[in-house]
Design a protein around this ligand. Structure first.
Ligand code: ZN
Length: 173
């Protein structure tokens, strides 16, 4: 649901300049984010190299690298917004704290750039982090991240105005 809302709004923006048409909606999202935050450059969106570490998306030195086979996944707008969060905050390294800041920034980007309702964006992000939390039982915590449960608690704490809804959420405390 949220993926449709986020991607559908892109069609009319920005001239084509992604290296592949499938990347264009994501390049448009990056361009719109640069504009909304008054940045002097927009990140380039490229495919991850086949031999690079397996991640859905990654921010590195002005470029967001994405996995082609994951572009159509429902969680992709959330992953991508997280990478845009690193860009907006000008992160140059990773740490558990930096990753949690990128999550919070991602929610703000979805609201400000894609006009997603704030509680809806928060709910979608909680759902995504919860799926990460479940996978961490077998696969372990992502390098450089706090546990997904800790990331949820941090994210929810930043939105006290939604506490009546979020207090019952798994991992919210
Ligand atoms: Zn990150």
């Amino acid at each position: 649901m949220i993926a449709v809302l986020i991607v559908a709004g892109c069609a009319a923006l920005a001239p084509a300049r992604a290296t592949d048409p499938k990347l264009q909606p994501w390049q448009d999202f990056a361009d719109a984010t640069a504009k909304a935050y008054g940045k002097w450059y927009a990140p380039r969106v490229e495919y991850a190299l086949p031999n690079s570490p397996y991640e859905g998306a990654r921010w590195s030195l002005g470029t967001i690298y994405v996995r082609g086979e994951l572009l159509d996944q429902l969680n992709m707008p959330l992953l991508f917004a997280h990478e845009l969060g690193h860009y907006v905050l000008e992160h140059r390294s990773s740490s558990p704290q930096v990753e949690m800041e990128a999550n919070a920034q991602a929610v703000e980007i979805l609201v400000r750039v894609r006009r997603v309702d704030e509680l809806q964006a928060l709910t979608a992000f909680h759902g995504y982090l919860l799926s990460v939390h479940r996978s961490q039982a077998s696969r372990g915590v992502l390098p450089g991240h706090a546990s997904a449960c800790q990331e949820i608690a941090d994210l929810v704490r930043r939105y006290p105005k939604h506490e009546t809804v979020t207090r019952t959420w798994e991992c919210a405390k």
